[in-house]
Design a protein around this ligand. Structure first.
Ligand code: GLU
Length: 304
């Protein structure tokens, strides 16, 4: 079977499953999405682009954007970034405060909210117009000038983001936030509000399947070593408290977000994006996880 048939088959099989997940509604605007949406899109190094279902509908990528902010910060400051954030799985919730006290304000990894807030602070210190410059960076990766933030989602999160406010202030008290917490949080909420479709997401993330080099824009986004390391972090820390399970069942580096999106990377082969808004009890897309397990099993394309 070719990739397209495998995707069709896996999609049909998972589409009909009884979805036991729930749409995230702690950010009120996220709760308004149609929970029946389900889309998949693959982009390969050999230029196969194929999608099914709601693969052209835009959705809120939320924490998937943390990979993009990490990419830009790593590109700008290099290995000094690891003085401010760790590279270990946390074993705690994505928005947890508990380890920060013992770790003296150094978040365990850049995909926890705490870690992504520190990365936001690094970008604020290094970009002239952080919001626009970050958007330009993201657009430039895959030459897609239509990518946008959603002010509707960002405002909705700003209105209830008390835990993130607490995280940012707590880290600031240890000296690991250099800018004003309100400015850092504004930027963080904006970056989480990026919207795109599965098609746009798989095209955008192809650079991580291609050693840091973007095929669409014909330029290097990250060095080979940086790209390898970001894939390693996605493998170990990309799925909240379910990263081990994702490696076990799917076997690819990836990152999920509370909007129900997942991006997964097969180095040297492809990037695949899945979106289905209902989340399992670990906060990952219920159908997204099931689809990717079926897909890598049938296509024999896990990295293990
Ligand atoms: N903006 C969300 C938050 O900070 C991101 C959560 C996620 O997708 O993991 O809670």
């Amino acid at each position: 079977m070719n990739l397209e048939d495998i995707i069709q088959d896996a999609y049909q099989k998972v589409k009909n499953l009884d979805d036991q997940g729930k749409v995230a509604s702690y950010i009120p605007e996220l709760g308004h999405v149609d929970s029946g949406n389900f889309g998949v899109h693959i982009s390969t190094i050999d230029q196969i682009n194929f999608g099914v279902g709601n693969c052209y509908d835009k959705f809120s990528i939320q924490s998937v954007a943390k990979v993009l902010s990490l990419s830009l910060a790593y590109r700008i400051v290099g290995d000094k970034i690891w003085e401010r954030v760790g590279v270990e799985p946390s074993g705690t919730a994505f928005n947890s405060l508990v380890q920060l006290e013992a770790d003296k304000g150094i978040p365990r990894n850049p995909f926890l909210n705490a870690g992504a807030i520190v990365i936001s602070d690094i970008l604020l210190s290094n970009l002239e117009n952080p919001k626009q410059d970050f958007l330009d960076f993201v657009r430039g990766i895959s030459n897609n000038t239509t990518l946008e933030y959603s002010s509707r989602i960002a405002e909705s999160e700003k209105a209830i983001g008390y835990t993130n406010v607490a995280l940012c202030n707590f880290i600031k008290s240890f000296g690991n936030i250099k800018n004003e917490p309100a400015d850092v949080l504004d930027f963080y909420f904006d970056l989480c509000s990026l919207e795109m479709s599965c098609k746009e997401l798989s095209e955008l993330f192809l650079y991580l399947a291609n050693n840091g080099f973007s095929i669409q824009s014909d330029k290097s986004i990250l060095s080979e070593s940086q790209s390898k390391r970001i894939n390693a972090l996605m493998q170990t820390c990309g799925f909240y408290d379910e990263s081990g399970e994702f490696a076990f069942k799917v076997g690819l580096p990836g990152k999920s977000g509370v909007g129900g999106g997942i991006i997964a990377i097969h180095p040297d082969q492809y990037a695949i994006a899945v979106w289905s808004p209902k989340l399992n009890d670990k906060g990952n897309s219920f159908k997204g996880m099931k689809f990717l397990e079926e897909f890598t099993t049938k296509s024999k394309s896990s990295i293990f």
